[in-house]
Design a protein around this ligand. Structure first.
Ligand code: SAM
Length: 281
């Protein structure tokens, strides 16, 4: 099957950074995540990862290069898996899903309805590249559009994840989105990777990120309690520091030592590592 890719905006193109990271990670001898479907999708689209030098830099070993992308996806998968075990009638939303095959990694029961949301150009690619079980739904919309939730059930608990998305939303759009989501469902959980103000600065200035830097519009935030102030019903349930992840033990010595040092402080962990935030509402 040959796929003709559309011309992507930098925000849309960012999906290849995370997809590429998971694909390369699946090729490691002992992967953390082992997402071989990501590798199949990348091969089918024939995308050249040269636009993302961070994935191929010789300055960092192969495992460390993809650690954050793979392990944060794994933590988010675990959050969804745990939620659907307790709520087999749940609705799952993956916001800015790109070409992620999270649904197949999590493997929820058929009673769960799963919604992957992304811009129309990206959503149109998903049925060409990923299996489409009857409980999988693609929503083709800008998340800033106030109407995209209209067809999503309102009477079921929801688990909402956003992997690599927040950097591409303005703060106003992000806060409105949080508010619409928490008003739409009776209860649920929301989890995403944190972009600190430093992380935003780094993505905008790192030479390896030039392909997407222009699309980064969120200023970032450093206090994990900030979303509780924006949207009163959100309550921080967990802050997961990848500097403290068990998978760190599998990294080469220098990366391991750096992580162990940073892991002693929450502030340092947020600054140099990836953090996944989980909220209840
Ligand atoms: C870094 S990629 C992550 C993709 C996917 N979550 C993953 O982990 O592979 C960010 C994704 O967010 C999507 N995105 C960014 N801004 C968006 C918006 N306003 N509405 C819908 N999708 C958006 C992009 O199209 C892209 O697919």
């Amino acid at each position: 099957m040959s796929i003709t890719l559309p011309a992507f905006t930098p925000a849309e193109e960012s999906l290849f950074l995370t997809l590429g990271g998971r694909a390369l990670e699946s090729r490691l001898p002992c992967p953390f995540l082992g997402d071989t479907m990501a590798d199949e999708i990348l091969t089918k689209v024939g995308y050249d990862l040269a636009k993302f030098p961070a994935l191929n830099t010789k300055l960092v070993d192969r495992k460390s290069r993809v650690f954050d992308i793979a392990v944060r996806a794994k933590r988010l998968d675990e959050i969804v898996r745990r939620f659907v075990v307790h709520h087999p009638d749940a609705v799952v939303l993956d916001l800015g899903a790109g070409l992620d095959d999270r649904m197949f990694r999590v493997d929820p029961p058929p009673t769960v309805d799963w919604y992957d949301v992304d811009f129309p150009k990206v959503a149109a690619l998903r049925p060409q590249l990923l299996p489409q079980p009857t409980n999988a739904h693609n929503i083709a919309s800008d998340l800033a559009d106030p109407d995209w939730l209209d067809d999503v059930p309102t009477d079921r608990p929801a688990v909402i994840v956003a992997d690599g998305l927040v950097a591409f939303l303005t703060e106003d759009d992000f806060v409105s989105l949080l508010s619409r989501l928490t008003n739409h469902f009776p209860s649920g959980e929301l989890a995403f990777n944190l972009y600190t103000t430093y992380a935003i600065w780094a993505v905008k200035h790192a030479p390896g990120m030039a392909a997407i830097a222009g699309a980064v519009v969120n200023p970032g935030f450093n206090d994990p309690h900030q979303p509780e102030r924006w949207v009163r019903v959100l309550k921080l349930a967990e802050e997961i520091f990848l500097t403290r992840a068990p998978e760190v033990a599998e990294l080469p010595l220098i990366m391991r030592l750096t992580s162990h040092l940073a892991a002693r402080s929450d502030t340092l962990s947020r600054l140099i590592g990836t953090t996944v935030l989980r909220y209840r509402f």
